[in-house]
Write a protein that binds this ligand. Structure first.
Ligand code: SF4
Length: 370
């Protein structure tokens, strides 16, 4: 089984904290870009032979496309790939696009999952984030959504300096009113090249506060677990049977084809490919991607980096497939087990949940120098 990721590199505004690849001045070449991306899809279809179990439209802002524009991608996918009948087909949506006309069209096109960039229900924070929507757009959209059977996921951001615990509780209370099945909760980070980074560097914004971020993380975890959500990855929570198939497959090392500027692909074995993160260059180029073959050591490191972030951990089967532990790694693992940071469970090594926030640092202790 494999997945397809379509990266729509357009946004209406630039959010304060965002370092994804997109352009806000795309109207002049919008049609040309979408045609080029479909050409890429048709040219690269032979890279994936397995049935497709997930399709994910991300970005950027895929929900700003018209239903006809989105439909053209789905037509091309259905004609070029073997799409499983129960495939998860997700559209990333900004709340301002949750209008009846779109919802009808997305449902008819075959989407069965919407991932909504709610972020917060506090309008002052939305203004600070430079988001294009307001809390009322989210509420109206979620009201409309009750007429449809989409599986609904929401994104939220915590650890924003002026955000209070009451703000987070108000947002999480949406779950009591609406049938939200999945939550992705991300700590605000200060990435280079963002407006946030510039503001912090020039003293216009305070530094992010680690203690506040930890407190918010714990609050979200607690609030969601009391509402019946399973914390199955550091940043992801799901109601039973509602884990994200697409992202889950990234963590399991399955193959996916990423299309569009800035998209990444993986063949499920050792080859990673990535497209240029520049819209003008993407339109001009002849070659679709650059690629690298992962060394065995890189595969080992990735296994721990992704696996320890998830509830199922790193399976013994995948460890064995990479030749098993070396002596020094085995020693480090035993130390981490003695410290109650890692435990053996369900045929895999899992990080104890109270250490999930330190997952990246702990997995690095098991890295190979390469
Ligand atoms: S809408 Fe999403 S992708 Fe676009 S700038 Fe905002 S956070 Fe980034």
């Amino acid at each position: 089984m494999a997945g397809i990721y379509i990266h729509i590199p357009f946004c209406r505004k630039k959010c304060t904290y965002c370092d994804f690849h997109f352009s806000t001045t795309f109207q002049g070449y919008r049609g040309e870009m979408l045609l080029k991306m479909i050409e890429e899809l048709e040219n690269r279809a032979q890279e994936i032979q397995d049935p497709i179990e997930s399709v994910y439209f991300g970005g950027g802002t895929p929900s700003l496309l018209t239903p006809d524009e989105i439909g053209n991608f789905l037509l091309a996918i259905r004609s070029q790939f073997s799409l499983s009948t129960d495939a998860e087909i997700t559209l990333e949506v900004n709340p301002e696009d949750l209008i009846l006309e779109n919802l009808d069209a997305w449902w008819r096109l075959g989407f069965n999952r919407l991932s909504i960039g709610v972020q917060t229900m506090n309008d002052e924070l939305l203004t600070w984030m430079n988001r294009n929507h307001r809390a009322t757009d989210t509420r109206k959209g979620l009201d409309l959504l009750q007429q449809y059977a989409f599986s609904v996921s929401i994104d939220l951001i915590f650890g924003v300096p002026q955000q209070t615990e009451a703000d987070l509780e108000e947002l999480l209370a949406l779950i009591d009113t609406y049938p939200i099945a999945h939550v992705s909760a991300y700590a605000l980070t200060q990435e280079p090249q963002t407006l946030l980074h510039h503001r912090v560097k020039t003293g216009k914004e305070p530094q992010l506060n680690d203690e506040q971020q930890v407190a918010h993380y714990r609050l979200v975890e607690q609030a969601l677990s009391t509402r019946g959500f399973e914390h199955y990855e550091v940043s992801n929570y799901a109601k039973p049977e509602k884990r994200a198939v697409h992202n889950g497959n990234y963590w399991k090392g399955k193959a996916y084809l990423g299309l569009g500027p800035g998209a990444h692909s993986f063949d499920g074995k050792r080859t990673r490919r990535w497209n240029v993160s520049n819209n003008a260059q993407y339109l001009k180029q002849q070659d679709w991607y650059e690629e690298e073959t992962l060394s065995a050591d890189n595969q080992w490191n990735e296994l721990w980096l992704t696996g320890l972030r998830t509830q199922h951990g790193v399976t013994i089967e995948r460890i064995d497939a990479l030749g098993g532990f070396r002596v020094e790694e085995q020693r480090m693992l035993e130390t981490l087990i003695k410290q109650d940071k890692i435990h053996l469970q369900h045929n895999g090594y899992c990080l104890a949940q109270d250490h999930w926030l330190a997952a990246d640092g702990i997995s690095m202790q098991l890295f190979r120098a390469g």
